[in-house]
Design a protein around this ligand. Structure first.
Ligand code: ADP
Ligand code: GN1
Ligand code: MG
Length: 359
């Protein structure tokens, strides 16, 4: 019996398990769809303990956040729900010391890799905006920092330089252009951290991984249903959540598109996201508002730098499915950053316009 199925059988599912198959497009955890003979479905996840050094701390966050959210929603599909193990635990540590958790499958839902229509992206913005609003009174200091310095871009540069110096798999020579382009932007990458240090931006409880495929929409109404992938919920800046959504969802091509000429930032989608996000999330300060476009630029730069770092490291962090996968990803992100730089004035103008419309 494979390890995932063996783990699945330790959870309190309804009926007998008939299948347990790899599922989804996440880059971090090992996700499986579990189906029982009663037709019930569950999501089983093997938690990536290389990425997450303190799994009990991470799970304490997930338990606290899902409890907080479940008290605020009317439809159970609007919140992740953990399934207990047969021994009554919230997650499992198997005989090899590997951690597993299980969620009810969010039924009659859609999880998109790209918006099929602008309103899908609008709804994802509503979902992440709601998420921040719902957590506005959550005690941030009780959260464990699951990945220290997760969106500290200067620290990402420090790690990048270490990987570059070590060049353990001798790949630096294949990506001299990308290395130079990322290094050129190191100062830009420090903008948000500088504003934070200057006391211009408040820390809030943020999601920190706001990709479109970390949101579920209702498959009938296509309205925002639920935010998933809570592993990185930590204190953070509003600009992180806004920016990471733009990075992934306002791109005209997939994160790993090989044909760079297809990659740009779609300003219509950018405007659409601003509208949805501002309509749903709490009042922003003036500086927070101004930080949103910087969030888009910084999160894209940082993510591209992380892909490049992982490429230089020999692909240890992100799941890769073909040779050069991380390099392809690092190139799309660079192209997005370059495009945002060209369209910067327009990005600022659109933000001001959308804000004015909201009054
Ligand atoms: P990763 O950290 O690897 O990205 P996620 O928690 O985002 O893992 O899960 C990967 C994918 O599994 C999601 O993009 C989504 O398609 C699916 N998924 C996760 N949780 C659920 C759920 N409760 N119901 C339905 N689908 C889910
Ligand atoms: C990872 O877990 P997933 O696939 O939703 C990563 C994000 C990156 C993203 C790039 C914990 O997100 O930070 O932005 O890949 N998550 C973690 O697609 O590192
Ligand atoms: Mg995910």
């Amino acid at each position: 019996m494979n390890t995932a199925l063996r783990a699945a059988e330790k959870f309190l599912v309804s009926g007998n398990i008939v299948s347990c198959e790899p599922y989804g497009f996440g880059h971090i955890n090992r996700t499986y769809l579990v189906v029982t003979d009663k037709g019930l479905r569950y999501i089983l996840q093997g938690i990536n303990e290389v990425v997450f050094a303190n799994v009990p701390g991470l799970m304490a966050n997930v338990i606290a956040v899902t409890e907080h959210l479940s008290a605020l929603v009317s439809d159970p599909r609007e919140c992740l729900h953990l399934v207990k193990t047969v021994s009554g635990e919230d997650y499992l540590c198997d005989e090899d010391g590997k951690y597993w958790r299980m969620y009810d499958f969010i039924e009659q839902s859609l999880c998109l890799q790209a918006a099929e229509q602008p309103s899908d992206f609008y709804e994802s913005a509503v979902a992440f905006g709601n998420f921040q609003r719902q957590l506005a009174d959550f005690p941030a200091d009780t959260l464990h920092e699951t990945i220290p310095n997760f969106h500290n871009t200067p620290d990402r540069y420090r790690k990048f330089r270490l990987a570059l110096e070590a060049d353990v798999v001798d790949r630096a020579k294949e990506c001299a252009y990308e290395i130079e382009e990322y290094l050129k932007r190191e100062q830009d990458g420090a903008t948000l951290q500088n504003w934070l240090k200057e006391g211009r931006l408040p820390l809030r409880v943020t999601h920190n991984d706001t990709k479109l495929n970390n949101v579920m929409l209702d498959d009938q109404t296509r309205k925002a249903l639920c935010v998933i992938d809570l592993d990185t919920v930590m204190p953070g800046l509003m600009a992180y959540d806004f920016g990471d959504s733009i990075r992934f969802g306002a791109a005209t091509a997939a994160e790993d598109e090989k044909d760079i000429s297809k990659v740009s930032v779609d300003l219509e989608l950018y405007a659409t996201y601003i509208r949805g996000f501002l309509s749903a999330c709490p009042e922003l300060t003036e500086d927070e508002l101004m930080s949103l476009p910087w969030g888009a630029r910084t999160m894209t730069l940082e993510c591209g730098l992380r892909f490049l770092t992982d490429y230089l490291d020999g692909d240890n962090y992100f799941a890769v499915h073909r040779p050069g996968h991380n390099l392809d990803r690092c190139r799309t992100q660079l192209k997005m950053v370059q495009d945002m730089e060209e369209k910067w004035d327009e990005m600022l103008r659109i933000l001001a316009e959308e804000k004015a419309k909201l009054g």
